[in-house]
Write a protein that binds this ligand. Structure first.
Ligand code: GDP
Ligand code: IMO
Ligand code: MG
Length: 427
């Protein structure tokens, strides 16, 4: 009954798409359990590159059933354009299943996301502007619109009315914007109903039955541990739970069913948007990591902030997710540095601190304490086994493993499916 959770161990963009795709051929279901089209997962298959935002990366593996769970927020227009794009490239998307309980990102949620950010000015979160936060806020406020609501026009109308009541007050009186009309929103939402219908299913039942039948289920996280609403660098986070527990609530599968939790970990660190980032490099090294690593957002096209590897964060990710394994990605990007600094602890107000401080103020004051590890200059992109790596690259991996608290079971040495060193099998 293998059920694996695959999630980001840092601030997102660790290479989850590639890792999921790699396992896609050996799993029966790939399930997105939280987030929405704020995610940007890149998958490279041969000479083809795919950028997925909402669809689980398993959609590219023909034998695999892709599932969008109840914990995801869905913008139907984005979903359709993603499906169209894949269909045009010959990818069969007919097996997709969508939970009827998943919430819909409505046009007013997108508007509220954008005006709120503008209103926050220099205190902005730097969201992707896709309406993620306001949609989850409506869900928690119990005024959200779910996929199933599209199939009862009168209920849909009442719900949109309830959701817009307060929002229109806010838009007109605080944000100085025009009110949004209920009828227009209802009409737009209803226009999605027919095309969505064949995909809508009781995904909780489907997934639990699959597990009972010994099928292999992979839960693919969006974002990353430090962007988690509960465990991340709040308030500079996303509005869902990418951490392992989110897979249970966001898909309706009990924790006793999860057999393995794999943390995707970049060999250095990146972050998009605002918020603290102790190892951030604002110098030529940061620029070089960005250039060599191609660190530009898949969703918003923003440059990613880059910095050295932070072992304090990796240890934290191991703890809050109960990680059983790491998949270390982008080791190839570090080729060519004579020495590679790794953050082993922080200095906060003159004191050495080994673990992530729970206080936001302390984290903002954290200065990295570095250990310099010797680098390597040999091309590692063709390495197929751990022993193919130069000694210093092997030592870098071993040092990271020791500091991070879980075994590194795979190493990425390039964006392609086959540019991976498998150390322990995930299945
Ligand atoms: P995700 O959001 O976690 O799926 O990650 P993104 O797709 O946003 O960003 C990761 C980027 O790194 C993508 O462009 C991948 O193609 C690329 N990538 C993934 N693994 C590796 C690797 O091991 N080496 C290199 N050079 N690139 C990688
Ligand atoms: P993947 O799945 C990196 C960041 C945004 C912003 C914060 C809140 O590709 O790793 P939101 O729009 O979610 O309300 O924005 O979270 N963010 C991501 N950063 N990778 C992502 O996804 C992200 N999804 C959201 O930049 O700082
Ligand atoms: Mg991404």
């Amino acid at each position: 009954m293998p059920a694996l959770v695959l999630l980001g161990a840092q601030w997102g963009d660790e290479g989850k798409g590639k890792a999921t795709d790699l396992l896609g051929g050996s799993v029966d279901y790939v399930v997105r359990y939280q987030g929405g089209n704020n995610a940007g997962h890149t998958v490279v298959v041969g000479d083809q590159k795919y950028a997925l935002h909402l669809l689980p990366s398993g959609i590219l593996s023909p034998g695999c059933t892709p599932v969008i769970g109840n914990g995801v927020v869905i913008d139907p227009s984005v979903l359709f354009s993603e499906l169209n794009g894949l269909n045009e490239r010959g990818v069969d998307t007919s097996k997709l299943l969508i939970s009827g309980n998943a919430h819909i990102i409505t046009p007013y949620n997108v508007t509220v996301d954008k005006v709120t950010e503008r209103f926050l000015g220099k205190r902005k979160i730097g969201t992707t502007g896709r309406g993620i936060g306001p949609t989850y806020a409506d869900k928690i406020n119990r005024v959200g619109i779910r996929i199933q609501d599209l199939y009862d026009e009168s209920i849909l109308e009442q719900k949109v009315e309830a959701a817009l009541d307060g929002k229109n007050q806010l838009l007109t009186k605080v944000f100085n914007r025009r009110a949004i009309e209920v009828g227009q929103v209802v009409e737009e939402l209803l226009s999605y109903a027919d095309r969505l219908k064949p995909y809508v299913a009781d995904t909780v039942l489907v997934l639990n039955q699959a597990l009972e039948d010994d099928k292999v289920v992979l839960f693919e996280g969006g974002q990353g541990t430090l962007l988690d609403i509960d465990h991340g660098t709040y308030p500079f986070v996303t509005s869902s739970n990418p951490t392992a527990g989110g897979a249970c609530t966001g898909a309706g599968v009990g924790p006793t069913k999860i057999s393995r939790v794999i943390g995707i970990l970049k060999a250095y660190t990146t972050r998009v948007g605002s918020g603290p980032f102790p190892t951030e490099l604002l110098d030529a090294d940061g620029e070089a990591l960005r250039r060599i690593g191609g660190e530009r957002g898949v969703t918003t096209g923003r440059d990613r902030r880059c910095g050295w590897f932070d072992a304090v964060i990796a240890r934290y990710a191991t703890r809050v997710n109960g990680l059983t394994d790491f998949f270390l990605t982008k080791l190839d990007v570090l080729t060519g540095w004579e020495e590679i600094p790794v953050c082993v602890a922080y200095e906060i107000d003159g004191k050495r601190v080994e673990e992530l401080p729970y206080s936001q103020t302390d984290f903002h004051h954290a200065k990295p304490i570095y250990e310099n590890l010797p680098g390597w200059s040999e091309d590692i992109t063709k390495a197929k086994s751990f022993s193919d790596l130069p000694k210093n690259a092997q030592d870098y991996v071993k040092a990271l493993e020791e500091m991070s608290g879980a075994p590194i079971s795979a190493i990425g040495v390039g964006p392609g499916r086959d540019e991976t060193i498998e150390i322990n099998s995930f299945l």
